[in-house]
Ligand binder design. Sequence first.
Ligand code: B3K
Ligand code: ZN
Length: 882
Amino acid sequence: PAAIYLKDYQEYPYSIADLTMTFDLGEEKTTVHSVCRMSSKSGSSVPMMLNGDASLELKGLYVDGKPLVEGVDYDLSEKELLIKSPPSGDFVLGCITDIEPQNNTSLNGLYKSDGNFCSQCEAEGFRCITYYPDRPDVMTKFTVKIVGDKEKYPVLLSNGNLVAEGDLEGGKHYAVWVDPWKKPAYLFALVAGQYVALEDKFTTKSGRVVDLRIYTAAHNSHKTQHAMDSLKHAMKWDEDRFRLEYDLDLFNIVAADDFNMGAMENKSLNVFNSRLVLASPETATDFDYNRIEGVIGHEYFHNWTGNRVTCRDWFQLSLKEGLTVFRDQEFSSFMNSAPVKRIDDVMIVRSRQFAEDAGPMAHPVRPASYMKIDNFYTLTVYDKGAEVIRMYHTLLGEEGFQKGIDLYFERHDGQAVTTDDFYKAMEDANNTSLGSFKLWYSQAGTPTLKVTTEYNEGDKTFTLNCSQELPVTPDMTQEKKPQLIPIKIGLVSPDGKDLVLTSVQDSTGSETSIGNATTYVLKMTEMSQSFTFKNVPVKPTPSVLRNFSAPVKLEMEQSSEELKFLLSNDSDEFNKWEAGQRLITNLIFDLLKSHQSGQELQMDNSVTEAFGQVLTDDSLDKEFRAYAMELPSTEELADKIPKANPVDIHKVRNFVLKSLAAGLKDKFLQIYNANNVKGAYKPDREGKSRRSIRNCALSYLGKLADSDAEIKALLNTSFKEASNMTDQMAALGAICGNAGEDRENALKSFYTQWSNEPLVMLKWLGLQAGSNIEGNLKVMKELLEHPAFDIKNPNKVYSLVGGFTRSAVNFHAADGSGYEFLADLVIKLDKLNPQVAARMVGPFTKYKKYDDARQALMKAQLERILATKPCENVYEIVFKSL
Ligand code: B3K
Ligand code: ZN
């Protein structure tokens, strides 16, 4: 496959006044008849290219009612249809295709899930339905008539408003939907099947009454209340924070069991992976409840950031995704603890986006080229994209940011635009120039920010010497230019309080007075630059990059003493947490050195003590304390060192966990007991915080179970008495950390209890797959054949296969058996579902991070996959990796 380049963008030469589609849904085939009213933008006849997948069967093509002849009027190839000389004025293009949704295992386009019809068109699924200019800058008004068997498909849904419905001969019925808002084809959706709906209403600020419906299979109807509550909260929040109201009289959500990703923002008809809609206290954890709230918000927020204003081309994907992730993050921080949400988001960026940035698929937030756009729904486009939006916010402040947003909608409502347009709106609304900030969109790789500091006793000045390093990435050969980095900073005085900052002078000469604030955002624009704070009465401990004000790797020497000081005193909760992370990371790396030189490991008790203090500090939020106790993942640690041996890192990390568990055992027990309250489950802040610290304690105590009968008993009781899934999974996870009879029994009893709940089975599969007990590959092979697994269901693949790749011990087994197992599966999946297969190749792309032996083993598997001539999705990733 050839690469497509941003620089080659050309406007589509035809506009479409409207599109009328008729779907005749059948068991053997579905017939799609589409009619476009078109006109040439230039007023002259130019060849017209339509996209169409090889799976389409073309039954007829007409211009103004006259059939076109292949070879004469049009040419048809694997992926496109070219009409050689369409009329130069207005004309009507008709197209009839037959498709087979029942055989569509790629879950792209129209397909069947659990007997129901369901569609997924972003990014390029519409071309699997009909021939059409399937690109986001071609927008039109859709009218959709759906015809289907009334008994099998009682519910018929598409975008917009229902304008007609009725019965037809032969047990069929129909529905006609009209969407008054013009949209690109990727936002089209169709759903037909047996569903029940939870109904509610929302009245917008300006008085529009919106009907809300969440459709699920009847047996799941009792699990939709949380999604509905989340939707209403999201609608209200978007009005309050962004002044954005909903623009139709109805909003539908449908839950689908077979779905490639999380959810999809089709206009007024969001389709969700059922795991992101369905929740009950018995079957979903606090984590699930939060995810559902966040994703329901995310898809709803797309109505403005994505649908009303969409992308000109797919290189601009972050225009809608980065912005919408930022919006959903802000929504979740409003609904929950803001510092904890920030920590959560930063953990994802640092453990996974940084790795992507350092690997063969590295690309900028606005990529310059791609082979398959499906492969660019990445952590870079989404999460780094959101960090870029957050930096505008940090630089311009809430008010300036909102002015920019207002201008963006004023200028671009109803249009398909670029990230440059967004950038311009932010600049213009604030009457400012953001200079080199724009490079965040076009330069890939994570900048390293190096900071050294000095205090001048005589002058009472404190200086930060900063330099940035921009790594070489495979996508770009030119040398990179310095990016504007906002560095949020505070200076903590020895008494633990933030010093008042008065003015700062920068090495480029300018002096800025700071209105006596305790934090300040330095704007670093050069490769190296220093900043000197004046009137600093005592030598402070600097707290740099507060709230993670830029997605960079901060390199700054700070002693254990300084880190412990910040851990107990930093007023910025993110940096307070960060101090603990750095303290423990330094310790793990010191221990790793001892381990690799054959020495016996010895815990630093002062670190245990420092963590013990945070754990028991009642002035802090319980959830924050639980987060502070969480160690950086093996993955994140492996990323920080060259030629990492994941098994060694895992061993050392586990030693630290065990040592903390032993050193703080009494405290953990006390916390567990104090927070082990009985009563009805509520997914509110108080309940979630309490469970998070309780289960943090339980998880640590689990580390002692193999040598402590009392703890062993506690875990079993905790499992048996759990009255909600959060507590049940926490107990099961703790028990499963150790091999043995308890583990076998708990897994068995969990299975017996939940085998009829596919979403709970995902947890059961995932927990076993991620196990670090040696030799677990045997279990993996059994699970592949287990009735709870189904290779055609993406969720099951993500849990079982994805889960396995997170097992340091088994995926990274020294004999390469884990790698071989993954490659076998990728090769199988490749034939069924290219998007899922491509996601599963991901872990191999990081092979250069590991020691020589593992690199060679992983590389051999990549070569093996390549030799099978995989689909384009897998090919792009494997090819770029090798
Ligand atoms: N926009 C969709 C993602 C579509 C992925 C296509 N491969 C979900 C979201 O980001 O909201
Ligand atoms: Zn999105």
